[in-house]
Design a protein. Sequence first.
Length: 479
Amino acid sequence: MKSKSSTVLSLKNSSVTRSLTFIVGTSLTVFGPTTSWSMDLMLALRDATRQDSQLASAQAQLRVVQQRLPQAQSLFLPTVNASANYGQQWSEINTNPTVSYTSQGLTLSLNQPVFRLANFSALEQSKLAITQVEASLASVQQDLVLRVAQAYFEVLISQDALITLRSQEKAINLQFEAAKRNFEVGTATITDQQEAQARLDLTRASVAVAQNDLQTKVANLGLLVGERPNTVYALEPKVVLPAPSPARESEWVSAARKSNFSVLQSEISEEIAKREIDKQRAANYPNIDAVASSSASKGSSPFQPSSKVQNNSISFQVSVPLYTGGAIAARIAEASAAYEKARQDAETARRAAEQGARSAFLSVNSLMAQAKALEEAEKSSALALESNELGYQVGVRINIDVLNALQQLSSTRRDLSKARYDALLTGLRLKSAAGSLTADDLRSVNAMLKAERPVDIPQDLSGTVFDVPVKIGQPLKPR
């Protein structure tokens, strides 16, 4: 079993390593053009790293806390002080004229702590505080990866929703025109035309909402990375989503309990609180200082000739608290209560990390199963649409059946897109919960995004990469 101190030291090394991995991994991702007009996930992370205020704040906080170490180290070093004085005095004796005379002096003193037990605890606390802030910085870096991935995926999800709705609008418009022609030639009723018109109007309303949502999501991404991109990269239709590795839930839960950065921070807080008890108990022990001083003074007066005095001294000073009115005991009790609170907070953090990892693991597998089912549902819905259209042509299906089948296909495609990106994002969250998320994980996801597309979806999808043909809107055969 590792001791608590060795565990804390290993936590420090691991947190520093992860921080460096994160920073280096982010800065070395791009070797080609660095324009943000065409932005993949790694470019987005690079730009966000350069200008994110939360990350900059965490880095500044680390620099603040790092200065506490030399302050704690200074408690073991000597302090040297110098003082000087110069004075002039006037004396008047009876009827004699006023006489003035001067005095001057210089003093040098040195105080070297020999034994101050509390200083050792203060030094350890300063080292632990740096470790804690390093863990906090690594946590902020992980959070930035998740925020970049979420903002990027939200753009892609909104794009897919708008693309699907515009394809649906195009198909319903064809169905509406066909119903209109069929009514004119007497092969369909006015109801078919009115149903298609109503569904077309509803779809156009949904398109307007989807357009606004896409612009909002693009603006959010631009705010995060510093500039609005013109081109992004999406998943290809036949992509295979990676399963969590390792595949056992218990391994992720165990990793989260040990390596989650919130857990590390709370465990370090517990250790700092423990050292505070030692620091307060040290007040019961004597303090020993070595003190040396040297002074020189010079003065004159009408009563004695000019004189020069040189004094040198060296001594050991021992200070022992005999009675403090119960203050020391109260401070020890306070530190003990704070330690108990920190200990319970650490356990709470471990349980929260376990639950977070467990929930993320289950969500990833659920979303992957959902995506796989929706892939089959998309195929079935496409076949159902064709069957309903054919049935409508021969008179065994009515117009509303075709419209409903089209609606089902569109909804399935939107749900499939969202499930895929949610699965990828939740996979990153799972690694974050386990404390193992780095820029390399985002790079692996980025390698799956190969379908280049403009951010702005054109009004007319015909002839573009977004055009998905739908067999609908054929004229009815005379019955």
